[in-house]
Each structure stands twice: as C-alpha cells, then as structure tokens.
Design a protein around this ligand. Structure first.
Ligand code: ZN
Length: 304
C-alpha cells in the first residue's frame, strides 16, 4: 500500500495510527492497570509498549508499507523518540496559597506577572485545574501508548504552582521536543463557546539561535493548525471569539519562555452550560484527550 499523501491522506494515516495506538493502550490498560502518567512512573508503561516488548502483532514485512501504515498494521509505536511535555493548567492547591501564586515572576518579555492563578470553573463548581489534569492524564496515556515519552509540569492535582515561568521553560529543562499546555476558558459571556489555540506572537524572545527561534515559531504555528483541525474533526467547534480557532498573544509566560514549539489550548468555555456538560463527563474528557493526541500525531506526521 502506498502511504497516503497530502493533508487529507495524512489524516487517514493519523486515524489509522490512533486506532492502532488506542488498541495497544487498551491492551496495556488491561495488563497494567490505569497507567499512571506521572513523571516518575511513566517509564514502566512506556517500556512495556516499546517495539520488541510489545505483546501485540508481529512487525509488518519490511518495505511493504509506509511507516505510518506499517506501524498501524503492527500496532507498533509511532511516536518513539518523541518527548512531549504536557502542562495541565493551574493546580488544585492554588486557591489556598494566594501569596505564593501571587508572587511576581518573569513574563518572558522583560516584565513580570503573577506566578499562577486559580483558573476558572463551571457554574456548578467543576474547576479548570481538575479538568486540565484529567485531560492531560488521558492524553499522556494515549501518547505513551503510541511510543512517546511524556513528562508533566506537575505530579498531581493537589499542589501549588508551578509558576508560569517554570512551566514555560519546562520543555527545554526536561529535554522535551514540544510543549502543550492544557486549559479551559471562562468567559463571563455564557454564550461564548468553542475551543481556541494560543501561540506566542510575536515569537518568544528567549536567548537562542535566531534560526532555531524562527523554526520553533513556525513549528508552533503548524502545531496550532493541527490542533485546530484535530479538535474540529473530533466534533468540537472553534471559538466564537476566535473563529479560525487561533489566538495570538504576547502576554503568556508559559509560551514566552518556551524554547521548543509550544501551544496553549483553551479547550472550551467552562461557563457555557453545553460545553460544561461535555467537560464534566468522562466521555467528554476522553474525546478532548483523543483530539489532542491526534493533533500531536498529525503534527509529527506533517514534520516527517
Ligand atoms: Zn487556565
């Protein structure tokens, strides 16, 4: 089979890969339990899923198929070698530590801003930090099932911080290839709805080689595009505030301090009753996680 080409073809490949990956993930779930995605404990799940250690089908015959199709057919990891830094926004202990999270930290543009915030919540009180944490755990499990190494900016949903400058520099600190920060928005206008993806604009002014900085900015833009497409394909609507699904901002330290391709996802509006219902359901959060995983896979496929 000839590997599919072009944008539409890429999505066919992505869906095939995801299907295979989710099967592997499901098998590993059965074999190993819930696959805790915390930084210190992800290695065992990843190791269990590396090619060679896989308990699924034998490898596809060499040369018979393109890499994605072959991987999908064999169930082998397709994100092997990729390290993804996932940043679940805010934290469960932030509300109880106003002085700590109110402390000023560098904003990455020569100024300062608050270490962190408490985030938003649904009108029924389901908090953004819990939503972000759950979606990130699900996304981490899916990415690991596809062979990626995943590192998280916080180990649980009960702590304080980390500050936004630490989150921003996290990807390069841990040797990750990409940073995806997961949030949900809380517009006062309850009729606002939909997701948007934020990229740093102008590109981060971090101290790095100008060529590398330019490449990272371009890669961030393409990751944003792939996330918009993945979320749209999954049935989520682009934001009523940013109809093309992309918001460009200069004030987010999490993006300003990243020396790797980076996006910040606002997956939906928590104060919109319809979207709150999706966010508060296990099924809804799994759909978000699957879409974010698909976005990462599409981005990797597009860069290959
Ligand atoms: Zn947030």
């Amino acid at each position: 089979m000839t590997p599919p080409t072009g944008r539409a073809g890429r999505w066919v490949a992505v869906l095939a890969v995801l299907l295979a990956g989710l099967t592997v993930g499901w098998l590993s779930w059965l074999a190993f339990g819930s696959g805790d995605a915390r930084p210190g404990s992800s290695a065992s799940l990843t190791a269990a899923l590396t090619p060679g250690a896989s308990r699924s089908s034998p490898p596809a015959p060499a040369g018979s198929e393109g890499p994605s199709a072959a991987a999908a057919a064999s169930g082998a990891a397709t994100l092997a070698g990729l390290t993804v830094a996932l940043d679940p926004g805010h934290n469960g202990g932030n509300a109880g530590a106003p002085r700590e999270i109110g402390a000023l930290v560098p904003d990455g543009r020569g100024g300062t801003k608050a270490c962190n915030t408490t985030g938003t919540s649904t009108d029924d009180g389901y908090p953004e930090h819990a939503f972000a944490w759950d979606v990130v755990e699900r996304t981490a499990a899916s990415l690991e099932a596809l062979g990626a190494r995943v590192v998280l900016t916080r180990p649980d949903d009960a702590g304080v911080g980390p500050c936004v400058d630490v989150r921003g520099a996290f990807a390069q600190e841990v040797g990750a290839d990409v940073l995806v920060s997961v949030h949900a928005n809380g517009s006062d206008d309850r009729s606002a709805r939909g997701f948007f993806v934020i990229v740093a604009d102008p590109p981060p002014v971090v101290e790095q080689d100008p060529g590398e900085r330019e490449a990272n900015a371009a890669a961030s833009e393409s990751l944003a595009g792939d996330m918009v497409e993945a979320l749209s394909v999954a049935g989520f609507a682009p934001s009523s505030l940013f109809p093309d699904g992309v918001s460009r901002r200069a004030d987010l330290a999490t993006l300003n301090l990243a020396e790797r391709p980076a996006v910040l996802l606002e997956l939906g509006e928590m104060r919109n009753a319809e979207e709150a219902a999706v966010m508060t359901s296990d099924e809804g959060r799994q759909r978000y996680a699957d879409a974010v995983t698909a976005g990462v896979v599409a981005w990797v496929e597009g860069a290959a």
